[in-house]
Structure formats: structure tokens, C-alpha cells
Design a binder for this molecule. Sequence first.
Ligand code: ADP
Ligand code: MG
Length: 397
Amino acid sequence: MRSSQRSDRRTLSSAAGGGASSGKKSAISRLSMTDATRALTEEDDPDSGRVRVAVRVRPKNDEEISHDSEFIDCLELQPELRRLKLKKNNWSSESYIFDEVFTESASQKRVYEAVAKPVVECVISGYNGTVMAYGQTGTGKTYTIGSLGKDNSSERGIMVRALEDVLTETSAGVDTLSVSYLQLYLESIQDLLAPDKNNIVLTKDTKSGEVCLLGATVVEIRDIDQFLEVLQIGEGNRHAANTKMNARSSRSHAILVVHIQRSLKAKDENDFLAVDMNKAEESSHNIKSKLLIIDLAGSERIDESGVDGQMLEEAKFINLSLNSLGKCINALAENCPHIPTRDSKLTRLLSDSFGGTARTSLLITVSPSASHYSQTSSTVMFGQRAMKVMNLLKLKE
Ligand code: ADP
Ligand code: MG
């Protein structure tokens, strides 16, 4: 852990200086599509400051297995080349490169280690970070992000594994670790740890510029069993709240906010990055950082013309928040100086966890079934836009 933090530190310090120059950007248009679909090379720096994008294919479900004779895969995966081939039919297919490609046999541990652990390590070092899962309902977002692994700890998802790592790397009694757990539904923020609280205000601290959730419950975490209890309470409240509102959980975003405050006095100050030492001076030797872990609402778009009432409201707000998230991720991918976070509550919440020295991982989840081709294709495009520009730059170099 220590040595991996040290190697992180080197790459992060350079990433903190900003990614692609405008001169490099102009090279993008000169690349052909063949370049764009070539496998990444060894020189590709996995620790560059851009959004890292992985794709996970879930195993076939019972229905798909029972219709096996009719069931055709629309995906072919080559994990060693980080390549996903999307087959429209027997004659037409497209290949896409991601940072990681996980087949249906990939374990929760492997997915955590590749997708979330690098972000968690950064947050432990004093940066803000975000891990989120995007995909059609039923493709494995909640399984990957939120599994408690009650009966089998190997099933534990990203939230639990992240907290395990943070607890291991921070010192009880010296550092403070706390969480809030929220749901964003119809652009309204609900506290999953205190369901009667409806007055959470999303705002920015005028002094520090930090995003604050005024009124949200904050629970200090001491050990993993206590965190599992907190998460389970949150899940129960999410279910109850959605039943009351007659909403499906796939229509809301679930957001775990992990706050870490580390005291430098009891630590080797060299364990923190140079950029964080500046922060430390301002805050009397305390380093504060934040990790957001987000199980996004299902990405399948509801046609706003075909529904009314509550479903129309849901459609409008999900389309709004996922579109604004897409715009922010694209702006990050293109290294734009301005990330348009103001359009939705989801992106406002993310505004100090995006860009700069913050680190972001996006996991897109897809079904292998050809019957979901169009949703899978749109999810793959979302993921591609998030990483495309930097990959093109890497290939050109
Ligand atoms: P989503 O949150 O995207 O709607 P879920 O996480 O609820 O999807 O997954 C749908 C179903 O598929 C669940 O029963 C879940 O346990 C199962 N599932 C999803 N991904 C996997 C996986 N990688 N391995 C085993 N089961 C999975
Ligand atoms: Mg879900």
C-alpha cells in the first residue's frame, strides 16, 4: 500500500499540473478511425488525470439462459486488449477501447481493485475523488457498487471495499472518517439515513468553495461492521422511500459521501502530496478530502412524449441529470477549463470532485444480450466519449 501510494504520488503530481495542452488537442482531428480503435499501448499512462472508464458485462440472467437458442450475444470481449466489440448483426460490428474490460466472470474484488482502488488511494492521500456506475437498469450497477455481501464477503461491492481500505489506511482516534448517504430523486435530495429529513440544502461554502449538504446526517464510522449496518439502514430507507413515492429505485441516484479528515501531526508529512501541504497549512495541519460513490439512475431514456404525470417528471429529471453529467464528463475528457456543473443537482454535487486534482472513475455496465443492443450501444458511446480524446492523444504520442 505504502509503495503504491508513493508511485501514485509521482504520477499525480504531474497530472495536477493539467493534462493536454491546446497544441496537443489540435492533433486529435488528424487521427483516423483506425487509430481510434487500436488497442492502447504500454506507454498509455493509466494514472493520467482524465476520467478512467471501465466496462463490465454482467452474466446472462435466467430468462436469457432459458431462451438460449434465440439468445445471441451482441458483445465480444478481448480483455487483454481492453477491447469490446459491439455486434449489430452478423455483418456489422464496431470495436471500442476502454481502460478495463471486465467479462461476466470478473470478480467483485478485481473490479474494485481496477476501478475504485486508485481513486480511494488518492482520497486517502488528500484529493477528492468520484466513482460512479452508469448503465441501463438491470445491468449490474447496484450489484457492483452497493452489494453488502452479507452471506459471502467476496460479493462485497465498491462501497464496502472502499470503506475497508480507508479504515485500514487511516488511524482510529487520529483521523476522522464519516459518511452521509443520500438519494437524488426528481431533483430533490433525500437523506437515506434519516428519511424524515426533507430539507437538505445543496450549497457551497463561500470561504472554502466546498460543496456542502446542509442538514444531511453525518455518521462517524469506526469499523466495517458499523458501516455495513449504516449502509443497510440506508438501503432499507431507499426501498421504503421509493415504495412511498411509487418510484422504482432505478429512477433515483444513490450517493454515498465519504469524508476523511486526517491529522498531519501524527503522520509522516511526506505521506501527503505537495499540493495537499498547501491545503494543510490553511487548515492547521488537517487534510480534508471527499469520496463520492454513486449508483446512477438507469440510463435508459424515457421518451418524454410517451408518458405523463410522475413518469414524465422522472423522465425529465433523469434526462436532465444524466445529460448534464455527460456534458461534464466530456468537458473533463477534453480538458476544458470550465466544467458545466450548474445544470443539475447531481453535477452541482460533483462540482468540487471533478477536474483539477480530483480523480474520477466511471464504470459502465451492460447486458450481453442482443435484445438490448440499442441501450448497450448508447451506454458504450457514453463511456467512449468520456475517454476518447485522451486515448487519441496517447496513441498519437
Ligand atoms: P442495476 O442496478 O443496474 O439495475 P442490478 O445490480 O440490480 O442492476 O443487477 C440486476 C441483477 O443482475 C441482480 O439480480 C444482480 O444480482 C445480477 N447481477 C448483476 N451483475 C452481476 C454480476 N456481475 N454477477 C452476478 N450477478 C450480477
Ligand atoms: Mg440498481
